[in-house]
Design a protein around this ligand. Structure first.
Ligand code: NDP
Ligand code: 2IT
Length: 443
């Protein structure tokens, strides 16, 4: 058994109950075999893999809050600080009833590689809670966020750990979290990203993940002498990433025809009405089914996923493991050219292998959705400089870095004489930088 297999088997045995964590580790370690095998003794002597698969620390805490009926509710809060070899821990906070240690560990581990790929100095972390913001009043969300930060503030700081948004955490939640941090510390500093524009936020951060995803799609298609013009795009999700992926898809001449939430999906053959989608999801916060009340040509599929609709490009932008082998088969049967992950790990391992076997161009989340955290890095830079760049400046930087990230994956694949496989490209490129920093800083 080689070094990679020994470490992987150990993780599979020890954490067999943490399905998502084991899945993420399996994908990454399998793709590192080609690098590790070149110098196995060196990596093993430095215990690089054992250190990479083990978080620096997991912080767990109780979050009590009072609901509108005056009842006390209790949730679990977490912050996982995975690796800070190349910069302060950085990564989002997720508020969703499914949140547990396995999910946050997979996200924090992946974030370490993603942040390395952005070329900016950010380590990896993730956090959140099993609190469900759906159906809660603004006051209840505020009460939860204040209580959550009352514990979290002890462990974060602009040079220590800088949280941001993820599922269930957008501008509203970041505002309440920031307000409480300021109240507790008296410090007005860039401790969170995704802040509002009136208090230190960056232009384009809201749009960044979706825009970055489409910049990467454009770069990928260009390499294959294609363009986004008139391409039919299936998007899943109807949150931050999905909305701005749809916006940029239109700007680049494509036709996004679906969006979804956890109840079902909308297929609009004329193209998703972006203004309506924003109104329903960003303002009214209602179910996607309501789209039908305004658009008679659209169809709503209850309890189904949009991957059954024929398309040229699929962009899963909702959540982990939403795209299964069955979905992959339908996409391939319908002639899909490319799949780029807007969400983190939306494709199962079986689905990813199926895409590879059928020569579908596939870019995993840690590369394809890096535009969000990348622009968070730009927000941190602006906060440190105490100035704000224009929309154009930030957008240009986002586009340039997404293209560089894409090129970097191609360069790494070339160096190792590998075929066009962006799972390998992203994992190896992310790994090399983090490991170099780890080795040079000692154990
Ligand atoms: P939002 O909360 O804004 O939107 C999430 C969307 O996904 C909603 O439409 C939601 O539907 C759907 N969804 C969430 N959980 C599930 C589930 N268990 N089953 C089915 N649908 C679900 O989150 P974001 O758009 O910010 O995040 C989406 C994905 O992108 C996540 O994987 C996140 O980690 C990733 N990501 C986010 C970044 C960011 O900057 N925000 C950056 C990089 C990646 P419903 O309302 O019904 O729950
Ligand atoms: O998964 C992710 O990259 C995010 N949720 C964004 C993290 C960030 O710090 O902006």
């Amino acid at each position: 058994m080689n070094y990679v297999e020994r470490v992987l088997n150990n993780i599979k045995e020890k954490y067999s109950h943490e399905k998502e964590f084991v899945q993420a580790i399996t994908e990454v370690l399998e793709s590192l075999k080609v690098v590790i095998s070149k110098n196995e003794e060196f990596y093993e002597k430095n215990a690089i893999l054992e250190r990479l698969v083990t978080p620096d620390r997991i912080i767990k805490f109780r979050v009590p809050w009072v609901n509108d009926k005056g009842e006390i509710k209790v949730n679990m809060g977490y912050r996982i600080q995975w690796n800070n070899a190349i910069g302060p821990y950085k990564g989002g906070l997720r508020l969703h009833p499914s949140v547990n240690e396995s999910i946050l560990k997979f996200l924090a581990f992946e974030q370490t590689f993603k942040n390395s790929l952005t070329t900016l100095p950010m380590g990896g972390g993730k956090g959140g809670s099993d609190f469900d913001p759906k159906g809660k009043s603004d006051r209840e969300v505020m009460a939860f966020c204040q209580s959550f930060m009352t514990e979290l503030y002890k462990y974060i700081g602009p040079n220590t750990d800088v949280p941001a948004g993820d599922i269930g955490v957008g501008a509203r939640e970041i505002g309440y979290l920031y307000g409480q941090y300021k109240r507790l510390t008296s410090n007005y500093e860039g401790v969170l990203t995704g802040k509002g524009l009136t208090y230190g936020g960056s232009l384009i951060r809201t749009e960044a993940t979706g825009y970055g995803l489409l910049y990467m799609t454009e770069a990928l298609l260009k390499k294959h002498e294609m363009s986004l013009k008139d391409k039919k795009i299936v998007v899943s999700g109807a949150g931050n990433v999905a909305i701005y992926a749809i916006e940029k898809a239109y700007q680049l001449g494509a036709l996004p025809i679906t969006c979804s939430d956890s109840n079902g999906f909308i297929y609009d053959p004329n193209g998703i009405d972006l203004a309506l989608l924003k109104e329903l999801k960003e303002v009214k916060r209602v179910r996607i089914k309501e789209y039908l009340n305004y658009k008679k040509d659209a169809t709503y599929y209850d309890g189904k996923k949009p991957f059954m609709i024929k398309c040229d490009i699929a962009l899963p932008c909702a959540t982990q493991n939403e795209l299964t082998l069955e979905d992959a088969k339908m996409l391939v049967n319908n002639g899909v050219i490319a799949v780029l992950e807007g969400a983190n790990m939306p494709s199962t391992l079986e689905a990813t292998s199926y895409f590879k076997e059928h020569h579908v161009l596939f870019v995993p989340g840690k590369a394809a959705n890096a535009g969000g955290v990348l622009t968070s890095g730009l927000e941190m830079t602006q906060n440190s400089m105490r100035l704000s760049w224009t929309r154009e400046e930030v957008d240009n930087k986002l586009k340039t870095i997404m293209n560089e990230l894409y090129q970097n994956m191609l360069n790494v694949l070339k160096t190792y004489n590998l075929e066009e496989d962006y799972v390998l490209g992203s994992n190896i490129a992310g790994f090399l930088k983090v490991v170099d920093a780890m080795v040079k800083q000692g154990f």
